[in-house]
Design a protein around this ligand. Structure first.
Ligand code: ARG
Length: 266
């Protein structure tokens, strides 16, 4: 990766110039302002969109770099298949739009593969297994999902946590408060705006671990189904999808994926 850095810095990172296919001699015109022509030495570059408020999958470190499990996964894929990734923080909802309109080549954001999303997007093979968790104040008497039936629930908008809350209370429930990010939804539990939040398990656990003074607890519930994260591309973008799947396949074979994620997945 490091060696390629120099080369990459010569490329104007216009997101629209999605794939620079090295093997293909006609790739130069995908660059901007005629600044290409130098990258044809083997680097395919793909632009990733993410919502980097989602530790441990994607968040900013102290130096302003986006780091996390998802970043490690795509970089490992890149090493396997000879691709470079540029990761952009575009926020959760815009991410879907940007994959659709081609501003980014793929979404990598702990995105759960759902039947509904599969109507509009294609997903790679799963790379991580997750489920939902409830987070509430330590001294709350909430103990299960059923206990949230008449409670105020904070969620990140249009996430599987949001959908779980809607399944419980109905789509139009005014007791469901959708926020732009998961950390905000959790913060509103602390503030008392909502009684609980529902979110991805690893993210809730990471938040509690990183904020020991927040006086929060997490609650599991069997009615939350298993979810699988996939990398997301625009429907029909087989070229990128195949490349990503090839990388994931190799990472599964070598055990590198399990090393990165800390879990086994088929
Ligand atoms: N896994 C959940 C979903 O796909 C939440 C993902 C949110 N990711 C993020 N980076 N904010 O709906």
């Amino acid at each position: 990766m490091l060696k390629k850095k120099k080369l990459l810095s010569l490329i104007t990172p216009l997101a629209a110039a999605s794939i620079i296919l090295a093997a293909c001699g006609t790739s130069e015109e995908t660059g901007t302002n005629g600044s290409t022509g130098e990258e044809g030495e083997g680097a395919t570059k793909l632009v990733v969109g993410t919502d980097a408020a989602y530790a441990p999958f994607e968040s900013f470190d102290d130096s302003g770099k986006i780091v996390g499990i998802d970043v490690d996964v795509v970089n490992a894929i890149g090493e396997e298949v000879g691709v470079d990734f540029e990761i952009n923080n575009v926020a959760w909802e815009p991410l879907f739009q940007q994959v659709t309109n081609g501003e980014v080549d793929l979404g990598v954001s702990a995105i759960t593969i759902t039947e509904e999303r599969k109507e509009t997007y294609d997903f790679t093979e799963p790379y991580y297994e997750a489920t939902q968790l409830i987070v509430t104040k330590e001294d709350s008497d909430i103990a299960s999902l059923a206990d949230l039936k008449d409670k105020k629930i904070g969620v990140q908008i249009n996430t599987t946590g949001h959908y779980a809350a809607q399944d419980l209370q109905g789509k139009t429930s005014t007791s469901i408060l959708p926020y732009e990010t998961t950390p905000i939804a959790i913060q509103e539990v602390i503030n008392g705006t909502v009684d609980a939040a529902i979110g991805d398990n690893a993210v809730i656990l990471e938040y509690i671990k990183n904020n020991p003074d927040s006086k929060l607890k997490s609650i599991e519930d069997d009615s939350f189904e298993k979810e699988y994260y996939g990398l997301m591309v625009k429907k029909g973008n087989e070229e990128v999808l195949d490349l990503l799947n090839e990388g994931i396949e190799k990472l599964k074979e070598t055990g590198k994926l399990a090393e990165i994620t800390g879990q086994e997945i088929e």
